[in-house]
Design a protein around this ligand. Sequence first.
Ligand code: ME8
Length: 550
Amino acid sequence: SCADPAQPAPHLITLPIFYVNADPHIGHLHTSVLGDLAARWRRLEGTPVLFAGGTDEHGQKIQEAAARRGLTPEAACDETSARFRALFREYDISVDDFIRTTDARHREAVSFVWRRLLDAGLIYKGTHSGWYSVSDETFVPPSKILLTTGPAGEELRHSAESGHPLVWVEEEAYLFRLSQFRDQLDDWLRPFAEESAAAGDLPVVPHAILRDVLLHLDNGLKDLNVSRSSSKVAWGIPVPDDPDHTIYVWLDALTNYLTVCGYGDVRRAFPPEIQLIGKDITRFHLVYWPAFLLGLGLPLPRKVVAHPHWTVSGRKMSKSLGNVVDPMAVLEGFSSPDPLRYFLLREGGIYHDTDFELERVAAKFNGEIVNQLGNLVQRAISPAISPTGQWPDVESMLRQPADTAGGLTDSERAHFAKLEALPHLVRQSVMRLSTVGPDMADIVSALTTANALFQDAQPWALGTGEVDQARRQVAVAVAVETARVVAGVLQAFIPRSAAAVLDRLNVTDRSLGSLLAGSASGRPAPGTPFASAPEPIMQRLGTPAAGKST
Ligand code: ME8
């Protein structure tokens, strides 16, 4: 199935694989939508991609969650993994490969990785003890432990980073020689530490996360525990030839990025072009994962993008606080994935956590997309404004001298020039990925200007004389050309709404290559009819009550 030498290697874009101990929430969707944006953009440009995501199903946390529900781990995993698959389907998350760590191919990949590391002398047996966070599936060093006193005077220990409770673990275990890799990791990241390093080259974004990792490296690295005793953690992949031990769930989980490439011969798509993660799992992806890769003699990821979290009323979303926002309930209210996709991309934080407010989802989508894009097209192609119902001759309008009666105004000319640049601006932003939300202001600004120009031109008030007719055509041209370019780039953000606009404008060439090549390429020929349909292009959204239907 792997390498066809005639085909260019696909660009690998990965999502974190999600734990199946709880249902999906908008945080999971946020990462997924960012990855989907990157994947869709590249596909629309004609670049082959392998976009992978899925579920992380082994380990103590999943084992205990299943037991609490009175289910076997297999049954619990099947059920919850299916919910993540449904999330991807309903929200148009276009993964090419949905990987489950319980897949046979993945178990093989992990065993293969283990043997390779063992053969290289990078795994050894010892004993390990320490305070373990089951929720985070990690040992917590003494410096990161929060010590408090419980109601009965007992000592309580929590992870200072995540707040999760800790349990004492002392067992025979295998260790990975992580300490050996400190300098190599430092050599990889240090050159980018300067604020002045070109943003496009950074292997880790944002910069603040990169500096955190370097600080962590400054403190030195201890060898990493990579197995748990099977008597405590049976739900996992056994250590090859030593079934008393279960492979540590993070070594198991991180290997998923190799499984999706066909682990034996990863030349197909490796290394990843973009790996998306939340800020909570940076150490695993920027220290452990690259160290494993170095140990395996494989190249390091080109870019890891870490994003901050969504909070609710200032607090982290969590099952125990009961403040989790369910994207499936939100979908029922809006009957389209696009409003939430749009909101998460537009408002998601870059440097700081952002509070999620459901009312703002509809307000944002109505204000920026339904009113400014949907309605503009609706008005411009209506029989009252566009009696012929056809694409105007934008090209010849642009060629007319500036002072021609009925021709383009200076502001209209300036707007067309901006439209020409827009796909390039959006492209840069999507490649960077870390500042997408604020950068989307360029898209909104094009819409705002087009609406203002349409309003100024007052095409509905123009008469039937030659000059007035020409002016009316110009007003239509500004509106439909703006909508074509904006919907063209928005295909990667809100695919359904963008397609609805392009359908109505009868745009058949939807590749971003054409949009990037210049304004004229991809534009329907003058005289191409607009499509008519009884229903409006987009409906104004009501605000769903607490994620329930309106
Ligand atoms: O950590 N806001 O899985 P997980 C934004 N299985 N994003 C959030 C979020 C929030 N409030 N909460 C979670 C795991 N996320 C491991 C990963 S990868 C080899 C293994 C997102 O189910 C964010 O991307 O706890 C975060 O990194 C991920 O969900 C954690 O999902």
